[in-house]
Write a protein that binds this ligand. Structure first.
Ligand code: 5GP
Length: 252
């Protein structure tokens, strides 16, 4: 049996060379990491949930005309995506103060922001993904002004879509991180949503109770992360067939 070529292994995913040129197989691992991998655990079933949830969000975005890298889901843990040149930025959209913004500005978590705000971090694990202003991004050549204008417009469309979908499931979208990639079509370059969209990269609070349904459950030791993600998947109607089913009981 031929071995697949591994292109990259990150904290939560592995990328393999795809079956056709211009494609990549994205494998979702069960690993959970936080605080730049200082905290690490393996959580049974997390990769399956994130594969399904990312498929659900990316498909929805494709349908409303926001281009993404998603092509099709291959199996419980893998999806086929378009290969692209990743823009080295984490694009963060915030609707309510939380996390690093609340800390930096001394705001109460959950405080509504005057409008959705977009900010950028430079993707560099060794530096802890530092927050960067547009001037750095343009001056260092990580993206052009035109790219940034397109990225902000697309990020706000993703925010509207995700906020609405979550609202319908009784969940408040506090903030999220997405990444963009460049694809080349003849003489033209286009930006597409890449990487993943899952509860690993969003803050999701139950509208009624305020309960956290995202990676903060793991970051802050608030209970079972897979139970929280299963609840999100259940509410969105995307529960995979073999998750959430009762576990077999050992009979002595
Ligand atoms: P904060 O800057 O408050 O830590 O994070 C803002 C949002 O972006 C949160 O929803 C958080 O989950 C997401 N985020 C920020 N950095 C990363 C990252 O390196 N990986 C992932 N998966 N999500 C991130």
């Amino acid at each position: 049996m031929a071995r697949r070529k591994k292109i990259y292994e990150g904290k939560a995913k592995i990328l393999y060379e795809g079956p056709e040129p211009g494609t990549i197989v994205q494998y979702f691992k069960d690993d959970a990491t936080a605080f730049n991998a200082e905290k690490h655990d393996v959580l049974d079933g997390k990769g399956v949930l994130n594969n399904r949830l990312s498929e659900f969000f990316m498909l929805g975005l494709n349908q409303i005309g926001v281009p993404t890298h998603f092509l099709k889901r291959l199996n419980m843990r893998e999806q086929l995506v378009r290969s692209c040149e990743i823009v080295p930025l984490e694009v963060i959209v915030r609707n309510y103060a939380a996390g690093s913004m609340a800390k930096r500005l001394g705001l109460e978590e959950g405080q509504a922001l005057p409008r959705p705000m977009v900010e950028f971090s430079y993707k560099d694990d060794a530096l802890g993904d530092p927050l960067v202003p547009e001037e750095y991004i343009i001056s260092f050549g990580w993206a052009s002004q035109q790219d940034l204008d397109d990225i902000v417009a697309l990020a706000l469309r993703v925010n509207d879509f995700m906020s609405g979908v979550m609202y319908g499931a009784g969940i408040k979208l506090i903030d999220f991180k997405i990444e963009f990639g460049r694809v080349y079509e003849g003489e033209f370059m286009r930006l597409i949503v890449a990487d993943e969209i899952s509860p690993d990269s969003c803050r999701l609070w139950d509208i009624e109770t305020g309960a956290k349904l995202d990676k903060d459950v793991f970051r802050r030791d608030l209970g079972s992360l897979t139970d929280a993600y299963t609840e999100v998947a259940r509410r969105l109607g995307v529960l995979p067939a073999n998750t959430g089913a009762p576990k077999p009981t050992l009979i002595n």
